[in-house]
Write a protein that binds this ligand. Sequence first.
Ligand SMILES: NC(=O)c1ccc[n+]([C@@H]2O[C@H](COP(=O)([O-])OP(=O)(O)OC[C@H]3O[C@@H](n4cnc5c(N)ncnc54)[C@H](O)[C@@H]3O)[C@@H](O)[C@H]2O)c1
Length: 259
Amino acid sequence: MGRLNQKVALITGGAGGIGLATAKLFQAEGAKIVVTDKNAEAGKAALNALEAGAMFLSHDVTSPDAWKSVFEQTIEQFGRIDILVNNAGLLKTAPTQTLMTTDLAHWRAVNSVNVEGVFLGCQTAVRHMKEKGGVIVNIASVAANQSTPNLISYGASKAAVAHLTKSVASHCLYQGYPIRCNSVHPNPIKTAMGDELMSQMGGGDPVAGWREFEKVKGYGGAGEPDDVARSILFLSSDEARHTNGAELMVDGGMAIRVS
Ligand SMILES: NC(=O)c1ccc[n+]([C@@H]2O[C@H](COP(=O)([O-])OP(=O)(O)OC[C@H]3O[C@@H](n4cnc5c(N)ncnc54)[C@H](O)[C@@H]3O)[C@@H](O)[C@H]2O)c1
């Protein structure tokens, strides 16, 4: 029997990277999968990497109406939602993102996806799960646990995700809702977003960036999408039934680096 047998899981930003790796692993563990993404073309293509039965829904996580529609369509298809993985994320919208090069539009774009999207997801999920129970996993970042002077909006947005996670967990606990909510904190992972980050470190060349990253002592090396997916699986399964409001680092130890 799979670790998520017969569970229904909704994974946002699942067209590639960590979201798609999570969808594959969840399917292998017996879950029924709904993958959503703003990028409909990539999302539909991602279905080819999954077993039959998975559903893709076009979804902008910043839209309250889209959240309502995605939940309604999922429930129509599968009857319920047991697991929500708030994975969709945006690194940056401009080449540099320091305090002085970040304008308000840029700040809002990142925070709208990374914070408001997760807020809307948690609110919609809790509304649906409060009687029958469920699990929410929010994808934060090691950036939530360190200063990020070159990614000013992203770091702040991921710290907000970590904090929001604890408040959602606490809200459910005090209301008596059988819902757990935890956050996962990866360091650079080999995905499109990881390449985008390393392109900055490598002066425009992601391959050079990854090479430089691997050389820095204490950064923990690059992770694979599957490394993160396995932690998401643990938190989503009943094995984590006593883990709530936690920050699970999946960062090779980067957050404990001595500088
Ligand atoms: N890759 C890394 O180095 C890394 C490290 C730490 C945390 N993370 C976090 O992991 C999560 C997954 O990232 P990834 O590395 O797989 O990156 P990715 O770029 O491969 O995936 C992110 C997905 O989110 C989707 N998305 C963006 N805006 C959206 C919106 N408004 N609505 C719906 N979907 C939207 C994108 O289309 C994309 O498919 C993100 O939250 C990211 O911040 C990634």
